[in-house]
Design a protein around this ligand. Structure first.
Ligand code: GDD
Ligand code: MN
Length: 377
C-alpha cells in the first residue's frame, strides 16, 4: 500500500471564472488543436471548456470525451436528435456556473488569443464584448470566400436595422458576457439558426431600454482548420426570419414566416400541376384539382420538413406518419379557409379579395398551429 505522502499531489482545483462554450458539428480533428490554443491563450485564468456537440457522425463528441479524461476543465454536452448552432450555444451557456461565459467556433476561425481582452472589457463594465472582423485591425478576407464576404456585408447591413450602429460585426459568432445577462434574456432568444449574437444584442438591448454597452475587439478571421462550413441556404432563410421576427417583437415567430413562404410556394406548385393535368393531359377539372392539391400538400410537407422544422426533421417511418397527419390537418385548414371566406364574403358585401385573403391567412395560422402539435412535435 502506498502511503499518502508518495501519492501524486491532487491537482489544485479552482472554480472556473470563465466558461468557453464551443458548439461543434463534425469538428473532430479540431478539438485538440483548439484545446491547446485555449490553454495558451487563457494561461493564468481559471477557465473551463464546454463543447456542445449534436452527435456528429465523425465522432467529435468521443474526441472531446477522450480529451476530458486528461483535462478536468473539459466537458461535453452530447445532444442526441438535435441540430442547431444557436440552441447549442444557449444550452452550453446554461450549463455554466462561472461568472463569465464566452462562445467561440470550434474550427479555429476565431482568434482565441483575444479572449483575455474580451474578458477585460466586460470586467471593466461592457455588457457584451465581441470579437469583430470589421473594426480597427479586424479582417475577414482570409477566412471567407469573395461570395461569402459580399453576403456577410449585406447581412451585416440588414442586422443594422435591429442593432443600429451599436455594433460593427453583429454577425460574429465570437463573444463574451456575464452569465447573469445571458440567463436573463435566454427565455426570449430564438433557438433557430446561426445568429445568436444578433439575437442577444437585439433582445438584451430591448430589455435594457436601448442601453447596452458593447465593446468590440478586432481580430482576423482565419481560414477554417479541418472539416467544412455548415452555412447553407436554410441558415440564410432562418437569418431573414430572425430579422422579421425581431422587428415584430417576436410576435411573428421565424418558423411561421418560413411556413408562410412554403405555403406561397405551394400555390405555385398547385397552379402548375393543375394546368398540366387539366390543359396538357386533358384530365377532368375536379380530378385535376384533386391531384394538384395532393402534390402541393406533399411538396409543402417536404419543404417544411427540410426548412421550417429542419431541427425536428422527420425521417423513416415518422416521415410517412407525419405526411399523413399533415394531409389531415391541411384538409381541415382548407375547410376552415372556405367557411371563413364564404362567411366574410356574404357579410362584407362581396369583397372577394378581402374575403379570400382572410380565409387564406386564417387557414395558414390554423395549419401552422396544429401541425406544430401533431406533425412536428
Ligand atoms: N452543435 C452544433 N450544431 N454546432 C454547429 C452546428 C449545429 O447544428 N452548425 C454549426 N456548428 C458549429 C460548427 O461546428 C462550428 O464550430 C461553428 O458552429 C460555426 O460553424 P461553421 O459551419 O464553421 O460556420 P461558418 O464559419 O460558416 O460561420 C461562422 O462565421 C460566421 C462569420 O461569417 C459562424 O461563427 C457564424 O456565426 C459567423 O457569422
Ligand atoms: Mn467556420
Amino acid at each position: 500500500m502506498t502511503s499518502p505522502a508518495s501519492m501524486p499531489a491532487e491537482p489544485q482545483w479552482r472554480p472556473p471564472r470563465l466558461s468557453v462554450v464551443v458548439p461543434t458539428y463534425k469538428e473532430r480533428d479540431n478539438v485538440l488543436p483548439l484545446l491547446e490554443k485555449l490553454d495558451l491563450a487563457l494561461a493564468g485564468i481559471a477557465f473551463e471548456v464546454i463543447f456542445v456537440d449534436d452527435n456528429s457522425p465523425d465522432g467529435t463528441a468521443e474526441a472531446v470525451k477522450q480529451a476530458a479524461r486528461t483535462r478536468p476543465n473539459v466537458r461535453c454536452i452530447h445532444r442526441i436528435g438535435r441540430r442547431g448552432l444557436s440552441s447549442a450555444c444557449i444550452e452550453g451557456m446554461a450549463l455554466s456556473a462561472a461568472e463569465f461565459v464566452a462562445v467561440i467556433d470550434g474550427d479555429l476561425q476565431h482568434d482565441e488569443s483575444i479572449l483575455p481582452q474580451l474578458l477585460a472589457r466586460v470586467e471593466e463594465g461592457a455588457d457584451i464584448a465581441v470579437g469583430s472582423r470589421y473594426v480597427g485591425e479586424g479582417r475577414s478576407e482570409e477566412g471567407l470566400s469573395a461570395g461569402r464576404q459580399a453576403g456577410s456585408r449585406l447581412a451585416t447591413r440588414l442586422s443594422g436595422i435591429l442593432t443600429g450602429k451599436a455594433l460593427a460585426d453583429p454577425m460574429s459568432g465570437f463573444f463574451l458576457l456575464r452569465r447573469a445577462l445571458v440567463m436573463e434574456v435566454a427565455p426570449h432568444l430564438s433557438q433557430e439558426g446561426f445568429k445568436i449574437l444578433l439575437d442577444l444584442v437585439a433582445t438584451a438591448g430591448r430589455r435594457r431600454g436601448g442601453r447596452l454597452t458593447i465593446a468590440e475587439v478586432p481580430y482576423s478571421f482565419r481560414p477554417r482548420h479541418a472539416g467544412e462550413s455548415k452555412m447553407s441556404p436554410l441558415i440564410v432563410a432562418q437569418f431573414l426570419g430572425l430579422i422579421v421576427s425581431q422587428l415584430t417583437r417576436g410576435l411573428v415567430p421565424t418558423s411561421f414566416l418560413l411556413f408562410g413562404l412554403v405555403g406561397v410556394s405551394g400555390v405555385f406548385v398547385h397552379l402548375a400541376v393543375l394546368s398540366l393535368a387539366f390543359e396538357v393531359f386533358g384530365i377532368g377539372f375536379a380530378v385535376s384539382q384533386f391531384i394538384a392539391t395532393m402534390v402541393a400538400m406533399t411538396t409543402n410537407f417536404v419543404l417544411n420538413n427540410e426548412l421550417t422544422y429542419a431541427d425536428k426533421r422527420l425521417t423513416g417511418r415518422r416521415f410517412f406518419t407525419g405526411l399523413l397527419s399533415f394531409y389531415a390537418v391541411c384538409s381541415f385548414g382548407t375547410f376552415a379557409n372556405i367557411s371563413v371566406a364564404s362567411l366574410l364574403f356574404t357579410a362584407e358585401m362581396a369583397n372577394f379579395v378581402f374575403a379570400g385573403i382572410a380565409g387564406a391567412v386564417m387557414s395558414a395560422v390554423f395549419n401552422y398551429a396544429v401541425t406544430r402539435i401533431f406533425t412536428w412535435r
